[in-house]
Ligand binder design. Sequence first.
Ligand code: SRM
Ligand code: SF4
Length: 576
Amino acid sequence: MTGQLSRNERIKEASAYLRGTLKEGLARTATGAIGEDDQQLVKFHGMYLQDDRDLRPERTRKKMEKAFSFMVRLRIPGGVVTPAQWLQLDRIARDYANGTLRLTTRQTFQFHGVIKANLKRTMQAIDAALLDTLAACGDVNRNVLAAANPHRSRAHAAAYDLAKRLSDHLLPRTPAYREIWLDGERIAGGEEEVVEPIYGRTYLPRKFKTVVAVPPDNDVDVFAQDLGFIAVLDEAGDVEGWNVAVGGGMGMTHGEPDTYPRTADVMGFCRPEDALAVAEAVVTVQRDWGDRTNRKHARLKYTIENRGLAAFRAEVERRVGRRLEEPRPFAFTGNGDRYGWVEGENGRWHLTLFIENGRLRDVPGGAQLLTGLRRIAQIHDGEFRCTANQNVIIANVRPERRAAVEAIMAEHGLAAYASALRRNAMACVALPTCGLALAESERYLPHLVTALEQRLAAHGLAEDEITIRMTGCPNGCARPYIAEIGLVGKGPDRYNLYLGGAFDGSRLSKLYAEDLDHDRIVATLDPLFAAFAGERRAGERFSDFLIRSGRVAATANGRDFHADTGPLAAPTREPA
Ligand code: SRM
Ligand code: SF4
């Protein structure tokens, strides 16, 4: 690697294992913000400095400081919390944040709107619930996801167990978190190996994401992740080992073709006892080989593109001290959640609720999702499980409690079902909190889905499951480039439309039309729905139809993502 290290590398190096001047910055009451370098470091502690973008114009006019607050993200491997923990999170949301809980696309919760004066109290309240936010963001291995609902089968339980062990094994060891947020005594920094045996002083070149999947459900979107373990089962249904997938990622920048989303490659197969060693080797190869000069080129996906999968695999095997076996066959059928009640192997029941874009709040005069789930938590003796599709599972419900849960749901507007399109829809947060948003997402997608539902119904497609995902910018937080319909913010009320992602999340989409407003999105999709209704083959998915009929070119891999779709796409790219 040549070139100057990026600014973040110098910040990490000088931070004394993520301490920086966070303690001093938190004590400064003259501003609601913290220093610029500390803004980078605080991410490793699980939070971002943000400001309310709805209020920006007015505050600028009045020459006021921006309306600063923090987003706080929890680290919850596999997304599992107890009812007691749920109640504490609900309390924090109402006492210290903006009165909402946000389920994320990575099986955890975010608080928005925590002002600096409440930050430490929030962190201490999280600690009191035996939870933490360490490594929920930052250049480290982040929250590890597991196929939702471990009680459905022994394989799901094994996936959850692996997710927890991976999370523990790859967790930063710095005492800074305890010192800053929980008033721990400062421990004198020892040798590098002692403080951070896996990461060292400068951690990873960039964020790193790990998941554990259990086919046939790809509900963790394994192909969008840096590292994925895919369960391979024996005849009795137990995990025989894991296929290891590496090098997936979504983020890109408009107009910069050197940046692109990429689906992960399945690199090999490992035995259960080798999984942690394989994960550690993948992380340390990326630590040593990743690009620390250019953050737009620093994810594992680019390391693998640069060095080649064969060289990467050989280096992982060298560090593990053992060869990976060749990948075993596997098949996914979808990347969504299975809504409604299912009975687990233990005779208890699990209910997957549909939560639109993951936002839990009480709408005045409308659905009371936050209160409804609080009431369920008050009577529930199982757990809650977040899904990577921004939904929640009420898990391990005794059969005799089902009626009580359903009664609370009915009273508060909680539902397990929505239309086929809506239950396969996902939007990132975007405005007003996300500093990178170019367009609305969470606040807009529900309206677009309503308009598209009407068009689908008109073509007799109301019951067809089609995945649709929207993000307010090209970073891809709702994984739009592996949806059948992907909409990516370009500017206020303008979106690029991507089509052709596979229903099971295994194939990337292709840019189909640019700079569309609401009416043009509907007008562009409507004839495609009509053609699908008229020409589809039995059982054919929308995206597969678009590709078979030549309307969209299939994207083979990340480097092919920006390749032109050919003449068919050209007319749709012209402005309205
Ligand atoms: Fe994300 C940055 C929200 C999942 C790719 N993401 C952000 C920030 C923190 C904006 C920022 O940097 O200032 C967003 C905060 C918004 C807010 O107000 O809350 C944000 N990302 C989210 C969440 C909350 C979206 C959601 O609606 O659920 C998800 C939180 C996940 C979690 O609990 O950890 C979220 N982000 C993802 C995913 C999906 C995934 O991991 O499966 C991706 C695509 C996968 C990937 O990483 O490639 C993703 N987020 C990004 C990127 C682009 C990374 C890249 O390689 O280019 C950024 C920007 C960056 O890192 O520079 C980003
Ligand atoms: Fe923000 Fe962009 Fe992520 Fe949406 S995709 S939350 S707009 S960074």
